[in-house]
Design a protein around this ligand. Structure first.
Ligand code: SAM
Length: 292
């Protein structure tokens, strides 16, 4: 296996593969690349889109797969429908990150939503996702309720007070520009930016490979909010397969929210039973988030 000089891409017997540049516990996933559709160094990261053999097109940032056509819907539905169905009447929503636009596409399925501020640091991610990944980002012009803001999510949220019903932190892993989105000062600013009955959700990484990140996120949120719930989904693309999300709320509790608030008419993964069952944690995760 030879390095190609591009982050994560290797030459293996004359074929190009993407070896997830973020090795964990001696584990790395490796994807056979049919074609590199786009590759450029943006101001923030190396942005590429590849055609994989079995998972369709994929967005890759700094050599790390972010999303694939085959299973993007699982992550995007879970990070959006669960908080939106928990809030009794979500009107103002902020998405931090989420440049592949898949989360924004789900949020606008809720008719009560009047405005979605999508705060992505890197305009290139939005541009290439809309061009090469319409299966994830959606075809055609985005819903007019979505306002694209190109800024650091941490800086943006600092200047807002009691403005949002729901804040969705759809960030990449806690390295590079996203590291700040896993720190306590950012979570404090998110709390301030939420209305008195608001709630937030963030992707809190793999409970298999990064349980300490999940634990730290959860502990930090528990020091601020009366309701904190971790939930899981299986996303084959992500290392370890099982992915965690943590929801923190000033009032509404997803365990008490009527499941018929869920707009699951055309979802592929989430449904009313999953809205209930996703909060059931396996013993090891349960023990870890409580006491680990
Ligand atoms: N679903 C994906 C996953 O969990 O791997 C991630 C979704 S999305 C591609 C993550 C986005 O967060 C990227 O487009 C990245 O540019 C953006 N991002 C990283 N740091 C950011 C920051 N500080 N402010 C706003 N967006 C940021």
């Amino acid at each position: 296996m030879k390095q190609t000089g591009w982050k994560g891409y290797v030459d293996w017997n004359g074929e190009m593969w993407l070896a997830d540049s973020e090795e964990k516990d001696g584990f790395s996933s490796i994807w056979k690349v049919k074609q590199v559709l786009h590759k450029e160094q943006s101001e923030f990261q190396e942005v590429s889109v590849i055609e994989t053999v079995g998972f369709g097109r994929a967005l890759v940032l700094d050599g790390i797969i972010q999303t694939t056509e085959r299973d993007a819907y699982i992550y995007n539905e879970m990070i959006t429908h669960v908080p939106l169905a928990t809030h009794p009447q979500p009107k103002t929503v902020c998405i931090i990150g989420g440049g592949d636009c898949g989360a924004a596409r789900e949020v606008v399925k809720y008719p009560t939503v009047e405005r979605v501020d999508m705060v992505e640091i890197d305009p290139k991610v939005v541009e290439v996702s809309r061009k090469y990944l319409p299966a994830v980002a959606g075809e055609g012009e985005p819903d007019p309720r979505i306002r694209f803001v190109y800024d650091d999510g941490a800086a943006f949220i600092r200047s807002h007070k009691e403005e949002y019903d729901v804040i969705i932190v759809d960030s990449s892993d806690p390295v590079g520009p996203a590291a700040v989105l896993f720190e306590e000062p950012f979570y404090r600013d998110v709390y301030t930016a939420l209305k008195p009955d608001g709630l937030m959700v963030c992707q809190s990484e793999s409970p298999v490979f990064y349980p300490h990140v999940l634990k730290r996120v959860r502990d930090t949120l528990q020091s601020m909010y009366p309701v904190v719930r971790t939930y899981l989904a299986t996303v084959p693309t992500y290392p370890g397969g099982i992915w965690s999300f943590t929801l923190a709320s000033k009032q509404a509790d997803p365990l008490q929210s009527p499941p018929d608030r869920l707009r699951d008419e055309d979802t592929k993964y989430v449904n009313r039973d999953i809205f209930r069952s996703c909060f059931v944690l396996p013993n090891d995760v349960r023990k870890f988030v409580q006491t680990g």
